[in-house]
Design a protein around this ligand. Structure first.
Ligand code: URA
Length: 211
């Protein structure tokens, strides 16, 4: 069951491409290409409520008021490393967006996410921050990353992923009820190693051909 904060993008193109990504026989280059294509469609959805203002545009025939995006440029923030696969396609659609990166690893003993990299654009308080990571599994690292971004001043944040587990949606929304989640699918559950079932495996490994 989807959480009330969650939008599932059920568009047939998204679902078709996602099914091919899930297939174990889909090679790395094809996987990356599909992720890039889906990220365009997810970006279209996540940007659907951006505010516009009427500005004068001089066409070859006359000057008329036309809508343009209002306010500070929005900001995409990738959770390393798999977030970069979603980021690339989103930047194709919004090339002027600012970009931030958050790197976290999980301490094997305490399981607490530890930050190893953080670089964020300035004036976050005036921007919409769109945080991207393909897999929302336990939700712990996404929630920790969003907390860092809030601590840096962001007031308006959305989270975009490709696949979410119900457990991750629950944990993330409990910590960040103010952050809407946009995903292509909500899968059944997590396995004992915190992988999403049926899922697509390790998104970073499938994108970059590592193991
Ligand atoms: N991260 C992944 O890449 N895959 C999962 O199934 C869960 C977390």
């Amino acid at each position: 069951m989807a959480h009330k904060n969650t939008t599932v993008v059920g568009h047939p193109l998204v679902q078709h491409k996602l099914s091919i990504m899930r297939d174990i026989s889909t090679p790395t280059a094809k996987f990356r290409q599909l992720l890039r294509e889906i990220s365009l469609l997810l970006a279209y959805e996540v940007c659907s409520d951006l505010e516009t203002e009427q500005v004068d545009i001089k066409t070859p025939l006359e000057t008329a008021k036309m809508p343009k995006l209002e306010g500070k440029k929005l900001c995409f923030i990738s959770i390393l490393r798999a977030g970069n696969g979603l980021l690339d396609g989103m930047l194709d659609l919004v090339p002027s967006a600012r970009v931030g990166h958050v790197g976290l690893y999980r301490d094997p003993k305490t399981l607490i996410p530890i930050e190893y990299y953080l670089k964020l654009p300035d004036q976050l308080e005036e921007r919409l921050s769109i945080v991207v990571d393909p897999m929302l599994a336990t939700g712990n690292s996404a929630a920790a990353a969003v907390q860092r971004i809030k601590d840096a001043g962001a007031k308006r944040i959305k989270f975009v992923c490709l696949l979410a587990a119900p457990e991750g949606l629950e944990a993330f929304s409990e910590q960040h009820p103010d952050v809407p989640i946009i995903t292509a699918a909500v899968d059944r559950e997590l396995n004992d190693h915190a992988y999403i079932l049926p899922g697509l495996g390790d998104a970073g490994d499938r994108m970059y051909g590592t193991k």
